[in-house]
Design a protein around this ligand. Sequence first.
Ligand SMILES: Nc1ncnc2c1ncn2[C@@H]1O[C@H](COP(=O)(O)OP(=O)(O)OP(=O)(O)O)[C@@H](O)[C@H]1O
Length: 234
Amino acid sequence: MRLLELKELRVGYGEVDIVRGIDLHVEENEIVTIAGTNGAGKSTLVKGVMGLAPRTSGQMTFAGQDLLSRSAEDRRSLGISYVPQVANVFPSLSVSENLSIMGRGQNAKSRMDEMFSMFPALGRRKRTQARALSGGERQQLAFARALMSQPKLIVLDEPTAALSPALSTQVFEQVKQLLSMDVAVLMIEQRARQSLKISHRGYILDSGKVAMVGPAEQLLADPEMEELYLGVHE
Ligand SMILES: Nc1ncnc2c1ncn2[C@@H]1O[C@H](COP(=O)(O)OP(=O)(O)OP(=O)(O)O)[C@@H](O)[C@H]1O
């Protein structure tokens, strides 16, 4: 089933449209990469999806329900979780506290236990303040927080941005594992090659528009893609 569907989406600040008519979709249990040039509008696009941009127009549905008319909070309640690039954990709270404040209802405790089995490093550091975690552990905590509400789609803004190549490889492995939790992933990445390798499909943005789109293996094999959009960060 088609989860997220954007048609002719435009997102802007003030007078200017940064995202200028984008069609994009994410199916259930699919990993989709958004890559492209600096300033192409990748973060602005996902802020538009999450209801965090000042001006958004076009069509946007989630599991068939209109998103544009809903608040950011309602969008999360429908089953979309967002992991921003920065400020994605509370540094002064412990690992457990970071998770428990995201949990709702009676399932919160068992969901936390699931998170600790999925991310054993967090299970070993339950009482540690988030600010004392390593970069990789902090990113795991950000994922775990986003998963607490049992979303159907998780939106990641450059999850490997501040990480070494070795830690980035670990993060990509963890993103792949999310599929086993029945979660689809929409991920912005500068490390486009690595990201496409674990994705089903990709969208390459340039100046607020989709420059290239297709199955990940097709994009990886495309000489134009190689020349224009790959290789800078790898
Ligand atoms: N809050 C804002 N107000 C006005 N303009 C903004 C705002 N945030 C971003 N922009 C502008 O929107 C354009 C696209 O930014 P955006 O962060 O979406 O690009 P990006 O593709 O995610 O880039 P990067 O890969 O560098 O993170 C940039 O020209 C940026 O200056």
